[in-house]
Design a protein around this ligand. Structure first.
Ligand code: LMG
Ligand code: NDP
Ligand code: PMR
Length: 399
């Protein structure tokens, strides 16, 4: 707690909930060992179905637009035993940072085909090559989350590829901490919430049907969250803090014209918009869990992968911040993780047989052992989750 006291600006006071939840903080900073939370539950439906799993053979037509590769075809192993077919996972924003490292970690196992869903096709191709992902293990497909038309187009294209969908990872994000004025998506939503939350909300809703159809033993929908959206942590108390308020701005369409560009109806603040979008991500995961887990057996999960202070996420921040932030996280908060390590963490949430629990927000302790973390009061508020869901449905044209 000494560091916490030293670095918490005096104007900031942790809420009571923060103190109550101190033992389950998101970060290695607190140095808690929760490795005993990491146990495999062999009676989950997913594991049962793994035992019962029958592989299937899929004939895949690869569209010209999608780069590369041969389909994942199952081959029966000798003695009539069936082997698990390659999993098929979509990772949004896989052209850099966490998404790229996750694509690499999964592809390198040889057990996954990664669909890299990216807004910049060439950048994604180059990125895949630069980290040495082998050609047969990935496909780049175009997706711009800042356009709902593009999201729908992506889903159409993906379906035409006739690949199965076993896991969807909603990872892409933008962070605009220095913007003085809001910018907007194609449909006129403030860009951070529009991209990070609404684009992913529509994508996940549309692809739920595809996930349902998968015969893979453990089907998962993962939405990347963050510590900075959780006000039960020190990092979540650095101003401006996440707060969705009564969501009047979201209800009004975040367009900055007849409604505020901010979810809570306040003045535009890029850093707050990002943190609010992460709260929406974490609430959406839980609402999916409540609505669909029992019926579909799909695992819904979120995570804080650690502070990956070197990624492109901070590209809009001032140069001094970009210079000081990595050493600050490395030597002072000790919350720093490399891109490679963070990729392994997210890859675990995609494929580790012990992480099948649904409705969970995963974090890692200082020994890199995963544990089920506690979300802040707002990020676990059932009524807010339902409201975010219903308002987002309207904005995305689903209701
Ligand atoms: C808002 O500000 C912005 O307004 C908004 O635009 C957006 O960017 C948003 O969340 C993003 O941030 C929030 C923040 C800005 O404001 C505050 O937190 C208010 C209080 C600020 C008080 C700062 C206190 C600094 C405490 C750390 C200093 C330790 C120095 C001792 C060590 C010295 C060793 C030489 O806050 C900031 O921008 C602060 C920047 C935070 C990241 C960098 C911190 C710098 C620390 C310097 C460490 C140098 C690293 C050395 C490593 C060597 C170790 C041996
Ligand atoms: P990066 O900026 O490195 O990666 C973000 C990715 O999102 C990029 O591939 C980017 O594409 C893509 N992207 C941005 N806008 C769009 C769009 N409109 N359509 C499609 N893709 C888009 O950041 P990180 O790797 O750090 O961030 C990944 C996730 O991790 C985010 O959800 C972030 O909130 C989360 N996170 C990050 C932490 C950190 O410390 N870095 C901590 C906690 C969570 P392009 O390459 O074309 O720019
Ligand atoms: Mg934070 C345990 C302490 C801790 C951790 C794990 C993070 C993570 N941060 C911590 C502490 C502090 N930060 C403190 C004490 C300060 C004040 C000096 C501080 C400041 C700070 C800024 C200005 N931190 C930041 C910023 C950003 O612009 C980043 C941000 O909020 O992006 C939304 C950020 C982050 N700190 C983190 C993490 C993980 C981030 C960035 C990414 C994210 O949430 O996605």
């Amino acid at each position: 707690m000494a560091l916490q006291a030293a670095f918490l600006p005096s104007a900031l006071t942790l809420r009571k909930e923060a103190m109550l939840n101190a033992s389950t903080k998101d970060t290695a900073f607190m140095g808690i060992s929760l490795s005993d939370h990491l146990k495999s539950d062999c009676n989950t439906p997913a594991i049962k179905s793994m035992r019962e799993h029958n592989q299937r053979t899929t004939a895949v037509g690869v569209r010209a637009q999608t780069a590369v590769t041969t389909p994942s075809v199952n081959r029966a192993a000798p003695e009539g035993k069936k082997t698990l077919r390659k999993g098929s996972v979509i990772v949004t924003g896989a052209s850099s940072g966490l998404g790229l490292a996750t694509a690499k970690a999964l592809a390198d196992t040889g057990k996954w085909h990664v669909i890299m869903a990216c807004r910049d096709f060439l950048k994604a191709e180059r990125a895949a090559k630069s980290v040495g992902i082998s050609k047969e293990n990935y496909t780049v497909m175009h997706l711009d989350l800042a356009s709902l038309d593009s999201v729908r187009q992506f889903v159409d294209n993906f379906r035409r590829s006739e690949r199965p969908l076993d896991v969807l990872v909603c990872n892409a994000a933008v962070y605009l901490p220095t913007a003085k004025e809001p910018t907007y998506t194609a449909e006129g939503f403030e860009l951070s919430v529009g991209t990070n939350h609404l684009g992913h909300f529509l994508l996940a809703r549309l692809l739920l049907d595809d996930l349902k159809k998968s015969d893979y033993p453990s089907k998962r929908l993962i939405i990347v969250g963050s510590i900075t959206g959780n006000t039960n942590t020190l990092a979540g108390n650095v101003p401006p803090k996440a707060n969705l308020g009564d969501m009047r701005g979201l209800a009004g369409g975040l367009n900055g014209l007849n409604s505020s560009s901010m979810i809570d109806g306040g003045e535009f603040d890029g850093a707050k918009a990002y943190k609010d979008s992460k709260v929406c991500n974490m609430l959406t995961m839980q609402e999916f869990h409540r609505r669909y887990h029992e019926e579909t057996g799909i695992t819904f999960a979120s995570l804080y992968p650690g502070c990956i202070a070197t990624t492109g996420l901070f590209r809009e921040h001032i140069p001094l911040f970009r210079l000081l932030f990595p050493p600050f996280q490395k030597y002072i908060t000790k919350g720093f993780v490399s891109e490679e390590e963070s990729g392994k963490r997210l890859a675990q949430v995609v494929s580790d047989p012990s992480l099948t629990k649904s409705g969970v927000y995963w974090s890692w302790n200082k020994d890199s052992a995963s544990f089920e973390n506690q979300l802040s009061q707002e990020a676990s508020d059932v009524d807010k989750a339902r409201k975010v869901w219903e308002l987002s449905e309207k904005l995305c044209g689903l209701a």
